[in-house]
Write a protein that binds this ligand. Structure first.
Ligand SMILES: Cc1cc2nc3c(=O)[nH]c(=O)nc-3n(C[C@H](O)[C@H](O)[C@H](O)COP(=O)(O)OP(=O)(O)OC[C@H]3O[C@@H](n4cnc5c(N)ncnc54)[C@H](O)[C@@H]3O)c2cc1C
Length: 305
């Protein structure tokens, strides 16, 4: 059986890896740009189950089990890591304490061991935090992070060694359908046929499926993140500022750089190569209130995904 996967992000590579491990021996991934060029290479590394709906909590609880399992498997030898630094949710308002208690009880009822932590424990876990503006904090101890490129390249190497064909610079232009089946995909390098087609092209899956009349109800919502210069190891958890709209967050990479993100007013379909200059002050102001020591750190880069 020949499988053709469109998209060289985490979805495409994990699908290829899983199929290859199950014995499918003719798998091709086509990626129009470079590996990780989509959201995967632009993400902020965080992995958590502390969500606000049952479905999301349960899905991600199982996801975390898989991350740990894969990190201990051969993928770990290829470089995939799950770094369990936890998430710390910060509330600035006293009234958020009740909401955090409700969330803790939701998470705990599905086996996710979040808990409220006191100021001493917060100081221990995040020593640089400005406790003057913190009303309460919730810890998700099983949350963690994984670096997108090390993860993706672990999968890339594993897939390559399992015989998966990986073609970059090959763009799917049009799906060719016959009856209720796709029979080939037209690309910028000619037509490719397979028995099974997997469209893992991120938000662009919608445009591809439209070429055979399928409307995928997804929207391309931009996410913004910046990275600072490197700093000595400061803290392990990803810290999120719950009471500030757009929930700004900060996480330190293994190399010491900080990723700082915040959702700003949505401007759907913004190009990956455009910028919103107002993002910088919007993200940096709340984060430097929480972490005054960051005031003098330089921003290296900002991007959209
Ligand atoms: C700033 C930001 C922060 C984020 N932070 C987090 C986080 O902390 N935690 C988390 O879990 N998630 C986070 N996400 C979301 C996460 O990155 C995505 O859910 C995930 O990477 C999606 O992976 P994917 O493989 O489905 O899509 P993508 O990574 O977008 O991969 C799709 C690939 O398909 C390729 N492609 C598109 N069209 C074609 C075509 N026609 N032919 C061939 N190739 C094509 C693209 O170039 C791309 O490489 C974040 C996203 C962003 C942007």
């Amino acid at each position: 059986m020949k499988v053709l996967i469109v998209g060289g992000g985490i979805s495409g590579f994990f699908t290829a890896y899983t199929l290859a491990k199950r014995g499918i021996d003719r798998i091709t991934i086509i990626e129009k740009s470079y590996i990780g060029a989509g959201s995967t290479g632009r993400c902020a590394t965080g992995i958590r189950a502390s969500f606000t709906s049952e479905e999301h909590v349960v899905l991600m609880r199982e996801g975390i089990k898989l991350w740990k399992q894969y990190a201990e498997s051969e993928l770990g030898e290829y470089g995939l890591k799950y770094l369990q630094g936890g998430y710390v949710w910060i509330a600035r308002k006293d009234e958020t304490a009740n909401l955090f208690k409700k969330l803790v009880s939701l998470h705990n009822s599905f086996g996710v061991p979040t808990r409220i932590i006191d100021i001493d424990e917060l100081r221990e876990r995040v020593p640089q935090i400005n406790i003057d503006i913190v009303a309460t904090a919730m810890l998700d101890p099983i949350a963690g992070k994984s670096y997108p490129f090390t993860t993706l390249y672990a999968l890339f190497r594993a897939c390559r060694n399992l015989g998966v064909e990986i073609l970059t610079g090959v763009e799917a232009k049009k799906l060719i359908g016959k009856g209720d089946k796709i029979v080939s995909i037209e690309t910028n390098r000619g037509s490719i046929e397979a028995d099974v087609y997997v469209i893992a092209a991120g938000a662009e899956s919608r445009d591809l499926l439209k070429t055979i009349g399928i409307e995928l109800p997804i929207k391309n919502i931009p996410r913004h993140v910046l990275v600072t210069e490197a700093f000595n190891r400061a803290f392990d958890p990803l810290v999120i500022d719950w009471d500030t709209p757009g929930v700004p967050y900060i996480v330190q990479t293994a190399e010491g750089n900080f990723f700082i993100g915040r959702d700003i007013e949505e401007e759907a379909e913004l190009s990956l190569y455009s910028q919103r200059i107002d993002f910088m002050p919007k993200a940096l102001k709340p984060i430097t209130q929480l972490f005054p020591f960051l005031k003098n750190l330089r921003v290296l880069r900002y991007w959209i995904g």
